[in-house]
Design a protein around this ligand. Structure first.
Ligand SMILES: Cc1cc2nc3c(=O)[nH]c(=O)nc-3n(C[C@H](O)[C@H](O)[C@H](O)COP(=O)(O)OP(=O)(O)OC[C@H]3O[C@@H](n4cnc5c(N)ncnc54)[C@H](O)[C@@H]3O)c2cc1C
Length: 438
């Protein structure tokens, strides 16, 4: 049976702005390729600095990852702070850690400054631990953040049970800096804010060719062209032939979500009662939250199938039932997926591809806050902020070796990590049984 794909977010977001396609020969001070968080945040910050800016979006505003994601506003990046400092040195590493940690502040500030209606709540983000080893790792992570003054709490098994309503986890971490929102409403709100600030957005306007002509860049779309001295490419996991070298720096991996029918009233006060979002510590992590309508939304590794069958979404159904056995029998009403851009070092990257040509991408599944922040970094760099003042490194473009094999490698890695998680799960169950008997 083929699954009907529809995202909960498109069913519940207020309409976005109506924008036409680019027509004729246009000029701007800056052109931004992408109508997602990175592109719109960059364009908004440029427009607020008085620049004439045009956004070119191949689809519609937020039609890709920015309108499809889990809406979890997560502080920081995937790599732990001490490891980043070890990798980049204490100065550059420390600045990157601080910049990424401030991502949620920027998101919630933009939402309040531009009155964006997107069900935003800053109730914190939970990382529940699936094993004792994972809990020990969370304790080390918490200690690193405490040294940097962050509001993080380590949670016992009982506290995780109280906050999530799941007995599946043996403890966890609560990061009070995080929160969650309706991702499509948020990206549409950024677009409205950009239009109010004087920016232009052209949808159904894929950038097909990019060339340097005289002192400016020229971008061609099917029905028009833009000439601008500054271009920002923010196409992330959906990067196409517009920049092949950029496309080869990331691996696009599918992630898939399901949303249940509204949770029965009797259970609602026990499942994530305080409204946090959670992402657990499996290698192929499961992320879950409630939406404003009281549904459980859960995401996990996705299917590579273009038209998913029932068997392709059983993984998500089983995850819901394993984490919340009390939800067995609940209907699943929405199914949808998107692509996540993974990088070799698990860090996002800001590149200067050529004079006046900037790019930012590679959020490794943590882009709600970080892509918004990357947009501001790109705008600041474009406005002339020196690299040392930026708070984020500008790195060379390093395409992955054998990138053409990355799809097959991603599939193989997913199968491998699934096996690792499966064995860890089995080990935990056998251990629990032995303890129970003992
Ligand atoms: C299923 C899923 C769940 C996720 N959950 C979370 C989460 O809970 N929390 C979190 O922090 N992160 C999450 N992420 C990651 C997050 O969504 C992304 O990191 C973030 O949206 C990236 O934003 P972006 O603007 O860089 O890219 P996108 O939103 O993907 O925007 C790129 C845009 O570029 C456009 N484009 C591509 N090529 C061209 C071209 N040639 N011309 C014009 N336009 C072009 C595309 O149409 C697209 O709209 C998730 C991602 C997915 C897919």
């Amino acid at each position: 049976m083929t699954i009907r794909l529809q995202s909960l977010w498109s069913a519940t977001a207020p309409p976005g702005p109506v924008c036409g396609a680019l027509e004729g020969a246009q000029r701007a001070q800056a052109a931004v390729i992408s109508g997602g968080y990175t592109g719109l945040s960059a364009a908004l910050h440029l427009a607020e600095a008085g620049r004439a800016v045009i956004v070119l979006e191949a689809a519609d505003v937020g039609e890709r990852a920015s309108g499809l994601n889990g809406g979890q506003v997560i502080p920081g990046v995937k790599v732990d702070p001490d490891n980043i400092e070890a990798l980049l040195g204490p100065y550059a590493g420390g600045r990157l850690v601080a910049t990424a940690a401030a991502g949620p502040d920027l998101v919630f500030d933009l939402i309040s400054r531009h009155a964006i209606q997107c069900d935003a709540v800053r109730t914190g983000w939970i990382q529940p631990a699936t094993s004792d080893a994972a809990l020990a790792q969370l304790a080390r992570r918490a200690e690193q953040w405490w040294r940097r003054g962050a509001a993080i709490e380590l949670l016992s098994r009982r506290e995780v049970l109280q906050l999530t309503g799941s007995a599946r986890y043996c403890g966890g971490l609560l990061d009070r800096r995080g929160g969650n929102l309706q991702p499509l409403s948020y990206v549409r709100g950024l677009a409205q804010a950009l239009l109010r600030a004087g920016g232009r957005i052209c949808t159904r306007s894929p950038a097909l060719r990019l060339a340097r002509l005289g002192g400016a860049w020229s971008i061609e779309t099917p029905q028009g062209s833009v000439s601008a001295p500054l271009v920002i490419i923010a196409t992330n996991a959906y990067t196409d032939a517009i920049s092949d070298e950029l496309r080869r720096t990331i691996v696009a991996v599918p992630s898939f979500q399901v949303a249940t029918a509204p949770i029965p009233t009797a259970l609602r006060s026990t499942i994530l009662p305080d409204g946090q979002a959670a992402s657990d510590t499996w290698h192929l992590l499961r992320y879950f939250r409630r939406d404003a309508g009281g549904r459980l939304v859960l995401g996990a590794r996705g299917t590579f199938a273009a038209a998913p069958q029932l068997r392709d979404v059983q993984y998500q159904y089983r995850a819901v039932h394993e984490i919340y056995p009390q939800l067995r029998g609940i209907a699943f009403e929405y199914h949808w997926g998107g692509l996540v851009a993974m990088t070799r070092d698990h860090l996002p990257h800001l590149h200067e591809l050529a004079p006046g040509l900037l790019a930012g991408l590679g959020y490794n599944g943590r882009g709600v806050a970080m892509a918004t922040m990357m947009g501001r970094l790109l705008a600041r760099r474009a406005l002339g902020t020196a690299v040392v003042e930026l708070g984020f490194p500008v790195t060379p473009v390093l395409p992955l070796p054998l990138h053409r094999l990355s799809g097959a490698a991603a599939r193989a890695t997913i199968q491998y990590l699934r096996l690792v998680d499966g064995l860890a799960h089995l080990h935990g169950r056998l251990r629990a049984r032995a303890l129970f008997k003992g």
